[in-house]
Design a protein around this ligand. Structure first.
Ligand code: HEM
Length: 464
């Protein structure tokens, strides 16, 4: 790629486009097939395919079947998209399907609803409130590891999914949720999330309506989850004292302008949204981090030394978090290398221009945090796991807008600090007591689904 100006980003742009002081390159993805477009590589090896595209241009046309979509590969252009939610809105068939299944909560709602919903939901994630969830995280982590046996392999991916499902449920519903309900929730949620992804990416809704065992299982799990959520909301409404949990905050929320709160239906959708958006993402972040620590002995030694020095074997508290700097850098690097959210899309609401290219209203614009995080023009040696990239003195090496595990702009993850608090505490608690070794002979491959899964992740625990 030839050079011109780069707007503070570590990427050089040139050529084909005009209309602003920066000139961006426009490209198209290779290997387009008639009718199928790029459906095959997108399905078979999406991460590799997407990661090859920044070398093709700053804005690259990809064909999802016959329809073109525009993959934004330059961080500055991604910023433009994220900072203009009026023009680049959530929408399109994937979101329509998601709304039908999990409702119109904060993740799926369009721009007209978003500002109001965000104002109402944001207080539930106030740092003071997030701080109070720490005890639940540690207690649930201890519960999740209680049956670990030295030398007996366990699937860390599955374990982390159960852990984060229980943590999210605990922080949503506090002590109101009894053990049988918790077990049911932790059992049904993964079934719903897996089915949701299949249905969102299916070209038509038809196969999802066939009475197959898989579809019936999904419908049963979804119906049960909806019932459980309604019961929890009903219990909270009957006794509306603030239990300090997320649901209390959602029930108490009032719009500053209108004084109105969320309706029962909207609260249901928000709870479903938190369960869907907060569980699998954080579980995968933790699973990948444990895998990366287990396969990088030097990082493991440094992490353990920090935990021993700061915690001395005690359970971590929120006040300890600033001192757990290496643990935090380890997590951040894991979020870069194995970004749980690997592809995001928007739809243009009006005719517009991006990077010098005209886009019609209704165009699909996508960007991949995974591809950005693996772009060698943005991160030196992008495949290397190096937590020290995130040392304060090295932060300026990271181009603005290149690190986007939580997205950005008005639609940035509302649970980002919650997730980082939860993941750091869980990582600290697990690694204080256990060393996890990869099981020899088992290759681990990223599995891009709704989020970036680990697939089976057997590891051998050893007591520290
Ligand atoms: C490591 C864990 C997490 C990651 C990597 C992550 C990532 C993201 C990303 C990339 C977005 C932006 C989506 C877009 O722009 O289209 C997002 C949005 C969102 N996330 Fe997270 N998330 C995580 C944890 C959580 C947790 C724990 C919760 C709640 C309990 C949560 C709730 C949400 C919600 C409600 C939104 C929509 C925000 C809005 O549109 O205003 N996330 N998340």
């Amino acid at each position: 790629m030839a050079h011109t100006i780069g707007l503070g980003a570590g990427k050089n742009s040139t050529g084909a486009s005009t209309g602003s002081s920066t000139r961006y390159t426009i490209g198209s993805a290779p290997g387009r097939l008639p009718l199928l477009g790029h459906a095959l590589p997108l399905r078979r090896r999406p991460l590799e395919f997407l990661s090859e595209l920044p070398a093709r241009g700053d804005l690259v046309t990809v064909h999802f079947g016959r329809l073109p979509a525009y993959l934004v590969c330059h961080p500055e252009l991604v910023r433009q998209v994220l900072r203009d939610p009026q023009t680049f809105d959530k929408g399109g068939p994937v979101f329509d399907k998601a709304r039908l299944l999990i409702g119109d909560g904060l993740v799926t709602c369009g721009r007209t609803e978003h500002r109001r919903q965000r104002r109402l939901v944001q207080p539930a994630f106030h740092p003071v409130r997030v701080g109070t969830y720490a005890q639940a995280v540690v207690a649930e982590t201890d519960r999740a590891t209680a049956d670990w046996q030295p030398g007996v392999p366990l699937d860390v991916g599955v374990r982390m999914h159960t852990l984060t499902a229980r943590v999210t449920a605990r922080t949503l519903f506090s002590t109101d949720i009894d053990e049988p309900t918790m077990d049911e929730l932790a059992h049904n949620l993964p079934v719903v999330l897996a089915g949701l992804h299949q249905r969102m990416v299916a070209p038509t809704g038809f196969p999802g309506r066939l009475p197959t065992p898989g579809n019936r299982r999904f419908q049963r799990a979804l119906a049960r989850l909806n019932e459980l959520i309604d019961t929890m909301i009903e219990n909270h409404r009957r006794d509306p004292t603030d239990r300090g949990d997320l649901l209390s905050a959602l029930l108490a929320a009032r719009d500053e302008e209108s004084g109105e709160g969320l309706t029962g239906h909207q609260i249901h959708d928000q709870v479903m949204t938190m369960l869907s958006a907060g569980t699998e993402t954080t579980a995968n972040a933790l699973a990948w981090t444990l895998h990366l620590v287990g396969t990088h002995p030097e990082a493991e030694v440094r992490l353990h030394a920090e935990l021993d020095r700061v915690l001395g074997g005690s359970p971590p508290r929120v006040e300890d978090l600033p001192a757990l700097a290496y643990a935090r850098r380890t997590l951040t690097e894991s979020l870069r290398l194995r970004s749980p959210v690997w592809l995001l899309t928007r739809v243009t609401t009006v005719d517009t221009e991006l990077g010098g290219r005209r886009l019609r209203a209704g165009s699909t614009v996508a960007f991949s945090p995974y591809a950005l995080h693996h772009d060698p023009t943005l991160f030196a040696d992008p495949e290397v796991f190096d937590p020290d990239r995130w040392l304060p003195e090295r932060l300026e090496e990271v181009p603005r807008g290149a690190m986007l595990p939580f997205g950005g702009g008005a639609r940035k993850c509302v649970g980002d600090s919650f997730a980082l608090t939860e993941a750091t505490l869980a990582l600290a608690r697990i690694s204080t007591r256990w060393r996890l070794h990869p099981q020899p002979g088992r290759a681990v491959r990223a599995q891009p689904g709704m989020t970036l899964g680990t697939g089976p992740l057997p590891m051998l625990p050893e007591r520290r």
